[in-house]
Design a binder for this molecule. Sequence first.
Ligand code: SF4
Ligand code: SF4
Ligand code: FES
Length: 368
Amino acid sequence: MQVALKIWRFDAEKGERALREYEIDAPEEATLLDCLDIVKDRLDGTLAYRKSCRMMICGSCGMRMDGAAVLACQVRMHDVAQAGHVPVISAMGNLPIVKDLVVDMAPFWGKIRAVTPWLEPGFSDPGEQEHVVSQPQMNAIHKESLCIMCGCCVSECNSMEADPDFLGPAALAKGMRFVGDARDQATVERLQAYSEPHGIWDCTRCYFCNERCPKGVDPRDAIAKLGAEAMKEGIDSDMGAKHAKWFVTSAKTTGWLRETELVPKTQGIVKSLKEVKFAMGLLRHGKVPPPFPPHVAEHVGEARALYDLVQHEGEDGYDGIVQLEHALGRLEHEDGHGEAAERGPYGEGSFPKPYLPGEESSDGGGSE
Ligand code: SF4
Ligand code: SF4
Ligand code: FES
């Protein structure tokens, strides 16, 4: 099959960036990585990219295709070529480019190191203290254990783009892998460290990390588990934690989110005084309901019963989120015609797709 690719080349020494187009003849089963190998072998030996396993194990070949992070060895090019689409290939985002498609992973590894990515069992000599981990205990951190450190989630993280010091999805998922480990004895210390500024509460919940992770780690869900676990341990001084707590209190007491009280409950009375003028404007234009008397939903009892159930079942902390994941995993995703839709990483129902056949744009649609 004939495959055309546009590749962003980057020469770090000269600081020059250029979009080059290549056309190759490739076998029908070729992946994006195979196509890059052919370009390098036959057309341009100076093209730089990383690879090792060629089978989605090592995490080396992360890059962007049409602006979305992918593992190059995962993406089959047949449908892309058949659609006549010319994808734009570029280096991953949020990491400095060294050359062409190769990024400097040092900032990535720095964040991983910062979460103490090893077991703290509370003793130095294992001796007789074997700790058998049960299957349900293992299930709680199964997804987080699948990470191959490719960086695709970091590439797409909106919070990291705004704040390069944000710990980020991969490191926090790794943190959850140890917080949830039944053998680890440093849970509280870990949760305190991860709750500092640039930690779990700085995630914007955009879910792009879940969308782009090629291994189903779902880092955003791991961050949610850390948040729930931190609150369970009473580590809630961050504004994000206060915000989440107020959501629960408000839903439990009235069945609604009482937005007018959200700012003082989250930021404190003194800081929220600065927002009074803005709040009055919202009130005048009917954008928020008057704070008093609080509006109580007719069926508020249902919200209270739900809260009591969670407390009674002991499903606060990450247990509750694991349960929710299991429940969602059993739901069928329908395609709008009553048919269960495939929900593979690039199959029907998947979003966003790495390319949009038939929607060509002048630069291939990729964001750089
Ligand atoms: S959900 Fe949070 S961690 Fe994930 S990409 Fe968005 S901001 Fe980053
Ligand atoms: S969480 Fe997923 S996307 Fe992020 S580094 Fe691990 S495997 Fe890659
Ligand atoms: S080359 Fe190892 S994951 Fe792609």
